[in-house]
Design a protein around this ligand. Structure first.
Ligand code: AMP
Ligand code: ZN
Length: 113
């Protein structure tokens, strides 16, 4: 996906501050952090949104959440964290490559606005 920002970040064509990487997942610091720790965790494989998840590609979600647990240990997020997926227009999704926000190091309000 040549015109996808997050595919270009995975490919190293757009710079990012890497937090974690394995064969399937890449995580980097959000450019506009909403918490003292705010990473974006993505499957390297392009999936446009959570609404595109199906029986053939749902393994990518499991891989992302395995990575999130590792990042939480790596970053010492023992006090907790929040994982957010914005999906579609009403969900506030602005980048059309499925991603999960990992927010931590502040008390996060619930319910969100
Ligand atoms: P969403 O609004 O859920 O689609 O999330 C997209 C996120 O990507 C936002 O939190 C942006 O701040 C973040 N973002 C956009 N461009 C970059 C970039 N070049 N590097 C890091 N984060 C980015
Ligand atoms: Zn992409």
């Amino acid at each position: 996906m040549e015109d996808c920002l997050f595919c270009n970040i995975v490919a190293g064509k757009v710079p990012s501050k890497k937090v974690y990487e394995d064969e399937y997942v890449y995580a980097f610091l959000d450019i506009a952090p909403q918490a003292p720790f705010h990473a974006v965790v993505i499957p390297k494989r392009h999936i446009a949104s959570a609404d595109e998840i199906n029986a053939e590609n749902s393994i990518e979600v499991a891989r992302v959440f395995e990575a999130i647990a590792k990042i939480a240990r790596q970053e010492h997020l023992e006090n907790g964290y929040r994982v957010v997926n914005n999906c579609g227009e009403d969900g506030g999704q602005t980048v059309q490559h499925m991603h999960f926000h990992l927010l931590a190091r502040r008390n996060l309000a619930w319910p969100p606005g």
